[in-house]
Design a protein around this ligand. Structure first.
Ligand code: ZN
Length: 266
């Protein structure tokens, strides 16, 4: 790196030498549970110190201002999408529940990396319209008690992959019921949902795969930056100057952001 290079910072700050890190599974490093902006200072500053060049990604064409969310929301959703790709059959369907900051990237990654028909589900009309603009083939307004029936009607035997970026009881239940035999269900959203009294033996996809939130690796971030630098995915962000940072948090809590908010100091 030389002075003035545009870079993105890897979101989790992993140690680089534990058994996870040396295997390239730095998302599981104990140190990466604390990152910049969630446990470590530096998320809202004009300058930030990184421990080594390992934590930086050089940008070719991307503006660093919009590249920020790619190494966090973009990479976490990428890790989940990459994991379900082997389960997607030709002519198959992938469902994204919750198309906000992470889910909208999942829609883009599925479209860039697979031939799946992509179904986007979100209760907020603006976010659904954004998912459609990004290329989602089918949009559904929020999860209801009919969602699984609708997905099965659309696909014949259920979706090959369902990624739940909400994680409340109704989305988990609808997502599992929508997943076909041999399909994959990924729980990424931290909604802390509970399931009612249902038989897990009947509910979980037979011969399938169920996994939970797993953040992202440095390799994921490099892939996502490369996809965006090549124009294969879009890096949209709602920008806020530092003196309007409170509005950014309010918009996030109200669910009115289209993608991720980026606060620009100075
Ligand atoms: Zn480590």
């Amino acid at each position: 790196f030389s002075e003035g290079d545009p870079v993105a910072v890897i979101s989790p700050s992993s140690c680089g030498h534990c058994t996870w890190c040396v295997r390239g599974e730095d998302n599981n490093c104990a140190q990466s549970l604390v990152g910049r902006g969630y446990g470590q200072d530096g998320g809202l500053a004009g300058y930030v110190l990184v421990s080594s060049a390992r934590e930086l990604v050089k940008l070719a064409t991307l503006d660093p201002v919009v590249a920020g969310p790619l190494t966090d929301a973009g990479a976490t959703s990428y890790h989940a999408v990459k994991r379900v790709l082997p389960r997607i059959r030709p002519g198959g369907t992938a469902v994204v529940i919750g198309t906000g900051g992470l889910g909208s990237y999942a829609v883009q990654h599925l479209l860039a990396l697979s031939a799946a028909r992509v179904v986007a589900i979100d209760p907020v009309a603006d976010r659904l319209a954004y998912a459609a603009e990004l290329g989602a083939h089918v949009t559904m307004e929020g999860v209801t008690s009919d969602t699984a029936r609708e997905i099965i009607a659309l696909t014949g035997d259920g979706a090959d992959a369902v990624l739940d970026f909400v994680g409340i009881g109704p989305t988990i239940l609808a997502g599992l019921r929508s997943t076909r035999r041999g399909g994959a269900f990924g729980l990424v959203g931290a909604g802390q949902g509970h399931l009612p009294q249902v038989s897990l033996y009947d509910l979980l996809p037979k011969d399938g795969e169920v996994f939970t939130f797993q953040a992202s690796t440095i390799a994921d971030a490099l892939d996502v930056i490369a996809l965006a630098d090549a124009g294969r995915i879009r890096a949209d962000a709602d920008l806020f100057p530092l003196d309007r940072v409170v509005e950014a948090y309010e918009a996030m809590e109200a669910g009115t952001l289209r993608g991720r908010a980026v606060v620009v100091p100075g």
